[in-house]
Design a protein around this ligand. Structure first.
Ligand SMILES: O=C(O)CCC(=O)C1=CC=C[C@@H](O)[C@@H]1C(=O)O
Ligand SMILES: [Mg+2]
Length: 321
């Protein structure tokens, strides 16, 4: 006997969370819960404003429509909206027992560039010291100085940087000018430095700073290729689609010698714990980019280990079916 439910939720974000130049005051999304006799599975469907192509309203209609089909015995085809396909495929994988339980709860520490704050967080980090810092919000010279300071102050630090395509070639060069060439190999990668892929490729060649594709994976003309200076791809499953599609992208990148990084789209604790399991399963050698729970004021249904945030149960959520 099949049962299906779709829950809508809203989490208040900490002050100051900015996405694509707009303040994110709340994170809104859905959970899908499937039961088939004694087996059950959960999935998160939370399109990210400014990054997802689908709206929450479109995702809600698609998720509810699919859930009604599935509980009536159909639902073999996924709706085709990335966040919905991802959430449904996770719920089906849990129900079928094909999403491993083992999780990689390590995370590249999201940092603001405050050395003291980062010092403390890295000191507590076991194993590889990896942090991620957003650049491109302030002057490129400042970003270069801050990155250089962190790398100089912490010799065992590897930095992931992310410009979200903010820079012109000139701004990118201004950034690089302030990063000591001796430290550049400890920049694990700089995600999307420039507005175009060609400018980003030129930046990598000219500066020796490795880059990574993130937004580019969702460009219609994107293909996985071995390219000079392109060291990694950042895969955001909520923006990608089904688990099968995520697995195919990890395989394509790995076969080309690139690092595949499973990254958050600022999901709830339920979604983040599933991403931690996906990372352990598909990218066991790579620290995932999942350090976004601290941007939120609560957890939902499933806890992230050691998070002090209150966790609200499913009974507090709005059932839509
Ligand atoms: O990748 C990580 O380490 C954390 C997630 C992260 O950096 C992002 C999530 C969503 C949008 C952006 O703010 C940013 C990114 O572009 O990678
Ligand atoms: Mg990015």
């Amino acid at each position: 006997m099949r049962c299906a439910q779709v829950y809508r939720w809203q989490i208040t974000m900490d002050a100051g969370v900015v996405l694509r130049d707009r303040r994110l005051k709340t994170r809104d999304g859905l959970f899908i819960h499937l039961r088939d006799d004694v087996r059950e599975g959960w999935g998160e469907i939370s399109p990210l404003p400014g990054f997802s192509v689908e709206s929450l309203e479109e995702a809600t209609a698609a998720a509810c429509g699919w859930a009604r089909e599935w509980r009536a015995g159909y639902g073999d085809l996924l709706p085709g909206l990335p966040s919905v396909d991802f959430g449904i495929s996770c719920a089906l994988a849990e129900l079928r027992g094909s999403l491993p339980q083992a999780a990689d709860y390590r995370a590249a520490i999201l940092c603001t560039g405050d050395p003291d704050e980062l010092f403390a967080a890295l000191a507590a980090m076991l194993g590889e010291k990896v942090a991620k810092m957003k650049v491109g919000l302030y002057e490129a010279v400042r970003d270069g100085m801050v990155a250089n300071l962190l790398l100089e102050a912490m010799p065992d630090l590897r930095l992931r940087l992310d410009a979200n395509r903010a820079w012109t070639p000139l701004k990118a060069q201004q950034f690089a000018k302030y990063v000591n060439p001796d430290y550049r190999d400890r920049i694990a990668f700089l995600e999307e430095p420039c507005k175009t892929r060609d400018d980003s490729r030129a930046f990598a060649r000219e500066t020796g700073i490795a880059i990574a594709w993130d937004e580019s994976l969702r460009d219609a003309d994107f293909t996985f290729e071995r390219e000079e200076g392109v060291r990694a791809v950042v895969i955001k499953p909520t923006l990608t689609g089904s688990l099968e599609k995520v697995q195919a992208q990890v395989t394509a990148a790995t076969q080309l010698g690139m690092t595949a990084v499973i990254s958050s789209s600022i999901e709830s604790s339920l979604g983040l714990t599933q991403l931690a399991r996906i990372a352990a399963w598909l990218t066991p050698e790579t620290i995932p980019g999942l350090d976004t729970l601290s941007l939120m004021q609560a957890q939902l249904v499933r806890r992230w280990p050691d998070s002090p945030l209150p966790c609200h149960s499913v009974e507090t959520l709005e059932a839509l079916l």
